[in-house]
Design a protein around this ligand. Structure first.
Ligand code: ADP
Length: 492
C-alpha cells in the first residue's frame, strides 16, 4: 500500500452540517474511509448560517480567527472553526469557514427565506476558493493534494496555477477535481471574472470561458491536475454523448488520459438497517418480517391502511427534471390503478411540488407525499418500502439505489450512469433489481409492472431482496482507487 497522503477535501456540503444531496454523504464518508487507510484527509466547507455550533460541536481555533483576505478588491474578514466527523472507528478533521460577508444567511445555495439562489453565489464561492488556499500556510499543514468537488471549488486549481504560482508554500500542491454532477456548472456573466484577480489568459476557451460566460466548472476541469467522476459509466457518457456532456464533451475529451471513474461507496455505519437508529424496527436479512413492521408504521403515519401483500414504492429525491419526475407524472394515473402504495419525499422545483400535492389528494389512501427535506423520514422510507423508484434521465452515481439494496428495497432504475454500474437485471443469476433503457414512460410503466408481478411470487421476491442485502458497496474498493489517483497526481 502507498504511504499516507495529506489531502484537503474541499466541498460545499457535508453531512450532518449541510446537505442537499449525495455530495454531502460522500464528503462525510470518503474522507473517513481514506483516513482508515492511513491518510490524513481533512475536510473544509462553509459554515452556513443555519449551523448550530453547540449541537454540531464546532469550536474556535485561536490561530485561525479574524483572518483577512481581499475579494473583488474589498477586504473581508473570516475565521476557521473546527469540528470532527466520527464513524464507528473512524474520524476526520472538519474545518468550517465562517464569514459574515458571505455565509451568514441561512441556506446553502439558496436563501432559505426567499427560496432563490443567493444573488452573490459567484462571490461566495470565489471567496471560499481563495480563502481555502490562503489558510494553508497559517495552518502549517501542507496537503499533497487538494481534492476539489464540483463547481463551487472550481477556481482552486486555476488560482494555484496563476496567482499563487510563485508562492513556494502553494505552487507545488496538486489538485484532483471530482465531478459529482456535470449539469451544475457555476456559469456567471463575464463580469464575474474581474472579481477573481486572475490573469486574462484564464478567461479563454482553454480556461473558463464557456459559451460567453465564465464557468467555474470549466475552469476546474481545465486547470486541475487530474479529474474524476463518480461512476465508470458516467465518465464515459459525459465524454462521448452530447446529451450528457452539457457542452463540455470537448474539454473532457481533451483530458481523457487524466480522467477516471470511481464509484461512490456507502457508509454502512449510517445506512444499514441492522444499526440504523432512525428507523422504528432494525432488521437483518434473516428478519424480513421486521421490515414489514417499518412499512406498517410508515403507512399508519400517513393514514393509509396497511396490507402486507400490497407493495410500497418509495422515492426520496431532489424534485428536479434530472430525476425523472416527468415520467412519474405520466405513469401515475395508470400506476394508481394497480394494487400498490407509493410514498414520495422530496423538495425542489415548484412545478413538482404542485403536481405531487394535487396527486396526493387525488389518490388518497394509496399515495403519500412529503414535501421537504427530512433525514429521518428518508431512512424510514428506505426501510419500509418494497420497491425503490429512480427513473433518472442521467445519474452520475446515485446513492439511494445502493442504500435501497442494503435495506432490502428492490430498485427500479434507468440504465444510465452509476445506476447502470450498480443494478443488475433481476433475471440474471446475480440480479438485484429492474432496469429500463429508454427514457420513456411506457418503458418505465412496463418495468414497474414486472416488479409488481414478481412481488406476488414471494419466494422469488425474497431471494431478490436477500441478494441485494448481501452486496457490499462500502468504500473499501473505491477508497483504494482514490489513493491510487492521489499517488499518480502527487508523484509521492
Ligand atoms: P443527488 O446527489 O443527485 O441528489 P444521490 O442519490 O446521489 O442524488 O443522493 C441523494 C441523497 O440526498 C441521499 O442521501 C438522499 O436520501 C438524500 N435526499 C434527497 N432528497 C431528500 C429529502 N427531501 N429529504 C431527505 N433526504 C433527501
Amino acid at each position: 500500500m502507498a504511504k499516507g497522503f495529506n489531502v484537503l477535501f474541499v466541498t460545499s456540503e457535508v453531512f450532518p452540517y449541510s446537505k442537499t444531496g449525495g455530495l454531502a454523504d460522500v464528503s462525510n464518508s470518503l474522507p473517513q474511509a481514506l483516513n482508515s487507510l492511513g491518510n490524513d484527509v481533512r475536510i473544509i466547507s462553509p459554515k452556513y448560517g443555519q449551523l448550530d455550533e453547540r449541537r454540531l460541536q464546532i469550536h474556535e481555533i485561536k490561530r485561525l480567527k479574524e483572518l483577512k483576505i481581499e475579494v473583488n478588491s474589498k477586504e473581508t474578514r473570516f475565521s476557521i472553526k473546527s469540528s470532527f466527523i466520527h464513524g464507528r472507528n473512524t474520524k476526520a478533521q472538519m474545518y468550517l469557514m465562517e464569514s459574515n460577508d458571505y455565509f451568514k444567511n441561512k441556506g446553502i445555495y439558496q436563501n432559505s427565506k426567499t427560496k432563490k439562489d443567493f444573488p452573490n453565489n459567484d462571490e461566495r464561492y470565489l471567496f471560499f476558493c481563495k480563502a481555502v488556499i490562503e489558510i494553508l500556510e497559517i495552518l502549517q499543514w501542507k496537503p499533497d493534494v487538494i481534492h476539489c468537488n464540483d463547481w463551487q471549488t472550481g477556481l482552486i486549481p486555476a488560482f494555484i496555477k496563476t496567482i499563487y504560482k510563485n508562492n513556494p508554500y502553494i505552487c507545488d500542491i496538486k489538485t484532483l477535481f471530482t465531478i459529482h454532477n456535470l449539469a451544475y456548472q457555476g456559469n456567471f456573466p463575464k463580469s464575474t471574472f474581474a472579481k477573481t484577480g486572475m490573469p486574462e489568459s484564464v478567461l479563454t476557451e482553454k480556461g473558463g470561458l464557456h459559451y460567453g460566460q465564465f464557468s467555474y466548472l470549466k475552469t476546474g476541469l481545465n486547470y486541475a491536475d487530474k479529474i474524476s467522476t463518480v461512476s465508470r459509466k458516467y465518465a464515459e457518457e459525459i465524454r462521448t454523448n452530447k446529451e450528457f456532456g452539457c457542452g463540455l464533451e470537448d474539454v473532457l475529451n481533451a483530458r481523457k488520459k487524466d480522467m477516471h471513474g470511481i464509484l461512490n461507496g456507502i457508509d454502512y455505519s449510517i445506512w444499514n438497517p441492522t444499526v440504523d437508529k432512525l428507523i422504528p424496527y432494525r432488521y437483518t436479512y434473516q428478519e424480513i418480517p421486521l421490515k414489514y413492521e417499518n412499512k406498517r408504521e410508515l403507512l399508519e403515519k400517513y393514514h393509509i391502511e396497511f396490507d402486507e401483500d400490497i407493495p410500497l414504492i418509495g422515492v426520496i429525491s431532489r424534485l428536479v427534471d434530472q430525476k425523472g419526475f416527468d415520467l412519474i407524472e405520466k405513469i401515475l394515473p395508470k400506476l394508481m390503478k394497480e394494487k400498490v402504495y407509493m410514498i414520495i419525499l422530496g423538495t425542489g422545483e415548484e412545478k413538482y411540488h404542485k403536481f405531487l400535492k394535487n396527486a396526493e389528494k387525488k389518490y388518497k389512501g394509496k399515495l403519500a407525499v412529503h414535501i421537504g427535506f427530512d433525514e429521518a423520514l428518508a431512512h424510514h422510507i428506505e426501510a419500509a418500502s418494497d420497491i425503490y423508484l429512480m427513473p433518472s434521465k442521467y445519474e452520475p452515481c446515485g446513492l439511494n439505489q445502493m442504500y435501497s439494496l442494503r435495506y432490502g428495497t428492490v430498485p427500479i432504475v434507468r440504465n444510465t450512469g452509476g445506476l447502470a454500474d450498480t443494478i443488475v437485471d433481476y433475471r440474471k443469476p446475480n440480479g438485484n433489481g429492474f432496469l429500463f433503457e429508454k427514457y420513456d414512460s411506457n418503458e418505465l410503466f412496463n418495468t414497474v409492472k414486472k416488479a409488481l408481478n414478481l412481488f406476488n411470487d414471494r419466494n422469488k421476491w425474497n431471494k431478490l431482496v436477500r441478494q441485494g442485502m448481501s452486496l457490499d458497496f462500502s468504500w473499501k474498493v473505491s477508497a483504494q482507487q482514490y489513493m491510487k489517483l492521489y499517488k499518480e497526481v502527487s508523484h509521492k
